[in-house]
Design a protein around this ligand. Structure first.
Ligand code: CU
Length: 474
């Protein structure tokens, strides 16, 4: 190598470092991205972030130290003349002083990294003991936040998520509703292949393994949910209700949808978190996402109550009986010729009824609970084979498809892949394979072109009735 080419390499190196730095800065400008581990909003995620940043700083330091030494040596011992370049430098074989120092320095660095890492592993694997005052103080947690922790059994399925709340006896899918102030214990299972539960802003990542139950937990930081930095870089803070609109009455859905574009949704609500399956599980794996929706304690309780009532077998409307009298507000089912032979619809008593006052003989005492389209969609749900895989108003553990109880309150469709509105649902029902290739609704066991779900493509009426029914579940 001539000294000429040698020298021209340095500016080149400086230039490429500069480009790299600009590139890194550029890609970091949106660290609040919807699935970013660099924007932690909860204790466990914050802990992992801190450990990550510690190792980043150590790495930067080492990079600069080693790179600096290298540059220094290259510069200082460069050949200053043609004659010098011809000379063979003095040969040496190691320096035990330098080597020992470097070994000790590496060991120290490893220890510096190992201590918080091991502490982090312990933290992430176990919810702290509510009676361990010292730990709670260190973590700035209140005893009640741990004592009132909720449990969610998560089951990964190709290509969606089942969320069961054993304390309440309810099951939902793809949207994990949780109280922002309480710890959430997450038991992870799979019914088919390996998946990975990744909820970067709250909980980190953990695999779901066949034949094994894994665990993680998280707790949100309400303060962080309520505050943020807007597009112009100004910090802001909103109240709890604004940051976490209620799910049970559809406010969450409305607020998220107020943003025009699906891609802007994550900016709408502080309490909306995005998760993703992070272990390749088949052709629709990339679309196996989920959402976690933070709620105030009060709204979470209301959501749970609504769900419990919806999935309580004793609270389902019973068939009208002429032997009974009904109180105001009671809902019964009664045959309605309009819906076709032997089909029943729901009627609500407007006032207390006497024996034998049927919705037909006494129409002024009874009102229809739902529109005709809703009731027709409900019938179709049975006749088109949907109930074969989906549970509505029951827990339906083990069902092949996502639980659709109170589906009209959900913000997303097809495992967080699209907005749960009329348009997307219409498309989904006509041909879900076009939207989510390989999904196990279209391609499920025993489903072929003769199955009614594959006949909906051009059936505007049926599709619209099913949409009305499904979005009416709220
Ligand atoms: Cu997956």
């Amino acid at each position: 190598m001539t000294s000429h080419t040698h020298r021209s390499k340095i500016p080149q190196l400086v230039f490429s470092l500069q480009t790299l730095a600009l590139f890194l800065l550029g890609s970091c400008s949106r660290i609040d991205h919807k699935q970013s581990a660099l924007d932690p909003k909860g204790l466990v995620a914050q802990n992992q972030y801190d450990i990550f940043m510690l190792s980043v700083w150590i790495t930067i330091f080492l990079f600069c130290a080693v790179g600096g030494c290298l540059l220094f040596v290259l510069w200082k011992y460069r050949a200053k003349s043609k004659e010098e370049a011809m000379e063979i430098p003095e040969q040496m074989h190691g320096s035990s002083k330098i080597e020992t120092t470097l070994i000790i320095a590496s060991a120290v660095i490893l220890v510096i990294l190992a201590v918080p890492t091991l502490q982090g592993v312990v933290l992430m694997n176990r919810v702290p003991d509510p009676n361990d005052q010292a730990t709670l103080e260190k973590l700035k947690l209140d005893k009640s936040q741990i004592e009132d922790a909720i449990t969610v059994n998560v089951t990964g399925k190709r290509f969606f998520w089942v969320f069961e709340y054993p304390q309440y006896g309810i099951v939902t899918a793809n949207e994990l509703v949780f109280p922002a102030s309480k710890a959430v214990r997450v038991n992870l299972r799979t019914e088919d292949v390996i998946h990975s539960f990744w909820l970067p802003k709250l909980a980190g990542k953990m695999d779901l393994m066949p034949g094994q139950e894994n665990f993680l937990w998280f707790i949100a930081d309400e303060q962080k949910i309520r505050s943020g930095i807007d597009k112009d870089g100004n910090p802001y803070e909103v109240d709890a209700k604004t940051a976490m609109p209620s799910v049970f009455d559809g406010k969450m859905r409305q607020t998220i949808f107020a943003k025009q574009a699906f891609t802007d949704e994550f900016e709408a609500v502080g309490g909306l978190f995005y998760g993703q399956c992070a272990e390749y599980c088949g052709n629709s794996h990339a679309y196996m996402s989920f959402r976690a929706l933070a709620q105030t304690d009060e709204d979470f309780e209301k959501w749970v109550l609504k769900f419990r009532n919806a999935q309580n077998p004793n609270l389902q409307p019973t068939a009208y009986s002429a032997e009974n009298t009904y109180e105001e507000g009671t809902v019964v089912t009664y045959t309605d010729e309009q819906l076709g032979e032997n089909n029943r619809r729901e009627f609500r008593a407007l006032k207390a009824t006497a024996k034998g006052q049927t919705p037909v003989t006494k129409p002024d005492v009874w009102e229809k609970v739902h529109s005709d389209d809703y009731e027709k969609g409900k019938i179709l749900f049975g006749t088109q084979g949907c109930a074969q895989c989906h549970a509505i108003n029951k827990t339906g553990i083990g069902a092949k498809g996502p639980n659709l109880t109170l589906f009209g309150l959900r913000t997303s469709l097809a495992a967080g892949w699209m907005r749960n509105d009329e348009d997307s649902l219409d498309k989904w029902l006509r041909n879900s394979n076009e939207i989510k290739f390989g999904n196990l609704m279209w391609n499920g066991e025993g489903i072929d072109d003769r199955h009614p779900l594959r006949q909906l493509q051009d059936d505007d009426e049926k599709v619209s009735q099913l949409v009305t029914y499904l979005l009416g579940l709220k």
